[in-house]
Design a protein. Sequence first.
Length: 632
Amino acid sequence: MLCTVLFNPFPLFAQKPSLSVERDAFLEQVEEKAFRYFEEQVNPYNGLVRDSASNHDRTSSSGAASIAVVGFALSAYPVAVERGWMSRAKALALTVRTLEFFLHQAPEHEGFFYHFLNITTGERANQSELSPIDTALFLAGALFAAEYYDDAKVRELVWALYERVDFPWMMNGGKTFAMAWAPETGFFRGRWDVFSEGLLLYVLAIGSPTHPVPAESWREMLRPAGSYRNYRMIQMPPLFTHQFPHIWLDLRGKNDGLADYFQNSVNATLANRAFCADRASKFAGYGTDLWGLSASDGPVGYRAYGAPPGWTALDDGTVSPPACGASIVFTPEESLVCMEHIYAAYGNKAWGRYGFSDALNVSKNWFSPLVLGIDQGPLLLMIENYRTGLIWKMMGRCQPVQRALEKVGFREGTMALPWPDPPVYRASYVPQGIKVDALLKDWFAGGAIVMTPAGNRESGDFTGREALKAEVRFAWDPEYLYFIAKVADGEVVVKRTGKNIWKDDLLEIYVDPEGDGLFWNDPRDFQLGFRSRKDDRNTAVWSWFQGGEDPVEKRKVLAESYTDEKGYIIEGAIRWDYLGITPRAGEEIRLTPVVHEVNKKGVDGKLAWFFRNEEKLLRFVLGKVVLVPPQD
């Protein structure tokens, strides 16, 4: 059997929120309006559901269907049955037709489906990619339907679809999933190797009855810790990434030894709200009652809006009502206040046939005319989870999902997000200085900062690059901070110039002279790049935060390098006065070395000693280098 009521290692939480009659009626209205999208934007003959539609003019809806939206629809129909908006017979018949179409007619490869399909013909649309995450969202909806209806035909179809997916194939020989695949180009270069909505993909893949991936793949995902104000979390700016997995996975009060993902989403939501409140003077409307930065429609089109911490935090005054609403299981009161405020303050500008429109931007007096299925679905399903726990209860009985959670080590109980102190390196004093020539003859034997893909991966997938290793040392005298980097790399790529050397193999050194955190692009902080050359010992150097000025020409930085088939060596010295630091014995300097690695086979990633986003937008905490006194 695909699912069973016998396997459920975690007790279900009580799920009866205390709501006033008015608030309960409001949530009922929001849910029902959101459901109408799936009822009206579906092709009843094949079950495909449109990716987006107008919220005000039903006749103007057009465009392709999204397989992810179909997954949300398969979960939405049972909600409608429970609430009396759709008959069980109609929902069951539509579900069977949808599953039969996907099993027998929808274009697929190795069991994965294309992101977008022609809603009428079912053919691949827009040259879209074969998408593992969208396939996972579809499968999650199908698995929920199999448990809800407890119907032999539905179970048979869902089982066949799930069994057919060759999850290891999408890993393309690596330890993490390829971002996608297309017949024209093959596997995409990017990977699902960083914490995201991809958590759901890994659970379904690990629990696969026929083509599982190793449970160890779960731990291959990077989980970069960061904070905004006092909210600590695994950083990923858009809210939807913190919502999607929790629609079908009840992770309340559980942890896997790495994180409590439910509490992580609570913190991410509160940080999102706090960021909007902090930016209220910049964008009209922002505040504690208007927030919700996520991937959504916007004044210039669809964009991945988000809040810190994280590299891609982006906002222009645009918030998504479905985003704040779909966080209701994490922040019940805050999400209710946000939805009530939007409903009362903006009326028909932000509300239409399907309830809340996808986005609004008060500072630009812009209100999206659209609703998106991938936002309507989470809004509907998360409100239902909040009110009754329906999706969580059903999926708590699904054996493949529960088996996967058990395999990766989930257990009852919460845990704090690991928050290690920055590492410390002791830089020796060199009274005679060091001649910078890449020959290393003036360097002493001693400890080094050692960076490997296993322990220092900041980004990227280094599959097949186990031999990659970087050893970095620092020393000092009153005039210079000296460094040497020895990088073992069997394929050194060096071909760019100027500011673009960051696209090559190179060493970067980030320096926070004031010790108050490195602020990205702040000219008082430093991102220095050192790139070797294959034909001589000259080294390309760039200082990005200082507008590209040439520190070598100004004799503020010295650098030489050596490159061969085994890798490269970079030796250098940075003047203290260039950094704005007066060195003193025993002083602690905040800096971090980073190695950027690329090769012709598509590897593109970074190894970093320590680099954590904390407290404010684009503020990073670095490692510590202590200047050892001369007598030591």
